[in-house]
Design a protein around this ligand. Structure first.
Ligand SMILES: Cc1ncc(COP(=O)(O)OP(=O)(O)O)c(N)n1
Ligand SMILES: Cc1ncsc1CCOP(=O)(O)O
Ligand SMILES: [Mg+2]
Length: 225
């Protein structure tokens, strides 16, 4: 990691720069659109990119995020996160365990962990994670997730009790991100609704503003986490 002190995960919209969506655009082009829209947290999710190309892409996207003052997390791969100077990594059940990701990254790196419920969130804390990605909140076609859709009520129940900040993922869109934020979620992770937009930057601006509006409502009624 380049940073000496671990950054905290900014609250709000969390975007996925994903190689399975809009294959006609390079990851660098997608990242440019996301960052032009003011994205503050970018996860580089590479499922199809060969490893050596992934390393080049990671270095480019991390550099672009750092220039823009955004936090960049690499999905799945701690090695790529370290080699690219990313702020951290996001790991799930098919990736390195969170403890090992933390051990490799050291105290300066952010570690996000996929969870399906409260028990997982408690385990993620014990493993040294900084935040949890909880989902699928809504239905999604971007990933076949081996878990039932939580719905907003199921999601909110975990948010209320989670010992770690919760980022909601799965089917998060402009039409529901304010409601997600109103649960007290720390973030809303969006892939397709941002990347499939004709104007990615404009969509990111609108998603981000909608999250902030929803979070503001939550804090006014004392639901701020
Ligand atoms: C913020 C966030 N939450 C959850 C996930 C899912 O991670 P994982 O379960 O490892 O699945 P893949 O994304 O690797 O297919 C995520 N990427 N980001
Ligand atoms: C990676 C991942 N994990 C759970 S749902 C999902 C995909 C989210 O994509 P979208 O925002 O297009 O539903
Ligand atoms: Mg993964």
């Amino acid at each position: 990691m380049n940073a000496l002190v671990r950054p905290s995960l900014p609250r709000g919209l969390y975007v996925l720069c994903d190689d399975t969506l809009r294959p006609e655009l390079s990851l660098r082009e997608k990242a440019a659109g996301l960052l032009a829209g003011g994205a503050r947290v970018v996860q580089l999710r590479m499922k199809r990119t060969p490893l050596r190309e992934a390393l080049v892409a990671a270095r480019e996207v991390v550099a672009a995020c750092r220039r823009a003052g955004a936090v960049c997390l690499v999905n799945d791969r701690v090695d790529l996160a370290l080699l690219s100077g990313a702020h951290g990594v996001h790991v799930g059940e098919e990736d390195l365990p969170a403890e090992e990701a933390r051990a490799l990254l050291g105290p300066e790196g952010l570690v996000g962990v996929t969870v399906r419920g409260l028990e997982d969130a408690r385990a993620a804390l014990a493993a040294g994670a900084d935040y949890v990605g909880l989902g699928p909140v809504f239905g999604t076609t971007t990933k076949q997730v081996p878990a039932p859709v939580l719905g907003l009520g199921g999601f909110a129940a975990v948010v209320r009790a989670s010992p770690l900040p919760v980022v909601g993922i799965g089917g998060v869109k402009l039409e529901n991100i304010a409601d997600l934020a109103a649960t007290g979620a720390h973030g809303g992770a969006v892939a397709s609704d941002a990347l499939l937009a004709e104007d990615i930057a404009e969509r990111v601006r609108r998603l981000s503003a909608a999250f902030d509006r929803g979070a503001q409502g939550a804090s006014l009624v004392g639901g701020d986490a």
